[in-house]
Design a protein around this ligand. Structure first.
Ligand code: MTE
Length: 337
């Protein structure tokens, strides 16, 4: 399904990709054609579009993923005039507490996560509950590339090219009942492969849980991602299935989902349970509502360093006001942070 977004989000890949990356993409594309001739293609190149971006590491895509890529609508939504974050930063500066609390821990430790076979349970207030093997779960959906800003509550940000499908398409499939008011997502709980879940010091009451109001989930910007940078999701980024809600702080974008429930009551979410005065249910990006311990008026766009801090103004709803502001008409965003 193709969704026509307002003009602001409309642009070509060459508008958002730094020239060096854009040019190296062309070189890479050339190289992969040459590679085809020599029969020495990297594993992903024959099926995926990883060559669209520089320095993307070869993945190990399951056959269902590669099989769906040819129909993908590339560049369905983009970010105008902002460079895509280098792959290396997006995959080595992560929050995924199941694999440790340092930014480098997920890349180092998430190799232990077994993403095949994977199943997803859909339950609660739905006409069609069930447990689906991921390859069956994915069958109805056409993949789209969505290039979105990602803004963490910790005041850093990135621009990521995701591959996924709208949450609204899933809702159409599973048929929520009239009682369904919220959607709740749950991450895998597997202490054997997730060292953070074995730690006696973890603050989190596992599994990691997130949720959205049903009308938020229906917004066309909300997607379930299965890939990024033209390939399947690396484990540290939430393989094989994660939520992406670009107008909200990153902690709403729950990773490695195993259960999706339609519920009547607002779900108790992980960060809200840990510190309700710091992390609310809504978590909409908002430069005028500070975190109790730091300002949200500005953010560091990665990559950033001591001599190039790359600081920019935070945008209301992370720059997606046109698409989502109407969801919150009449709601006090200071109280409902
Ligand atoms: N999902 C799970 N299961 N566990 C986590 O610790 N961290 C969240 C979110 N999803 C987290 C999670 C936070 S705080 C952020 S900012 C984003 O994932 C980071 O996504 P990224 O590592 O792909 O940039």
């Amino acid at each position: 399904m193709f969704i026509k977004f307002p003009k602001r989000s409309d642009c070509k890949e060459s508008d958002v990709t730094p020239e060096s990356l854009y040019l190296s993409r062309r070189t890479l594309l050339g190289a992969s054609v040459a590679g085809l001739a020599l029969g020495s293609l990297p594993r992903w190149a024959s099926a995926a579009e990883a060559a669209r971006y520089a320095d993307v590491e070869a993945g190990n895509a399951p056959s269902w993923f590669a099989g769906k890529l040819p129909g993908t609508q590339w560049g369905a939504v983009t970010v105008k005039g902002e460079a895509i974050t280098p792959y290396k930063d997006a995959t080595h500066y992560n929050n995924f507490y199941e694999f440790g609390t340092d930014k480098g821990d997920p890349a180092q430790n998430a190799g232990s996560l077994k993403t095949e076979p994977w199943s997803v349970v859909v339950d609660g207030e739905v006409g069609k509950p069930g447990r689906y093997a991921l390859e069956d779960f994915m069958k109805p959906y056409q993949l789209e590339e969505r290039i979105y800003r990602l803004r963490c509550v910790e005041a850093w940000s990135m621009v990521i090219p995701w591959i996924g499908f709208p949450v609204s398409a899933l809702l159409k499939q599973v048929e929520p009942t009239s009682k369904a008011k919220y959607i709740r997502f749950e991450t895998l709980q597997d202490p054997k492969s997730m060292p953070g879940q074995r730690s006696g010091f973890a603050l989190i009451d596992w599994p990691y849980v997130e949720g959205l109001r049903l009308d938020e989930a229906m917004n066309p910007l909300a997607i379930l991602a299965v890939g990024m940078y033209g390939r399947e999701l690396p484990n540290q980024n939430g393989a094989p299935l994660r939520l992406v809600v670009p107008w909200k702080y990153g902690f709403k974008s729950v990773k490695s989902i195993v259960r999706i429930s339609l519920v009547e009551e607002q779900p108790k979410t992980t960060w809200q349970s840990i510190a309700a005065d710091e992390y609310g249910f809504y978590a909409n990006v908002n430069p005028t509502v500070d975190h109790p311990r730091w300002t949200q008026a500005r953010e560091r766009r990665l990559p950033s360093g001591l001599f190039s801090p790359n600081v920019r103004e935070t945008q209301m709803f992370n720059g997606y006001s046109d698409e989502v502001a109407s969801l919150y008409t009449g709601l006090d965003l200071r109280k409902n942070y």
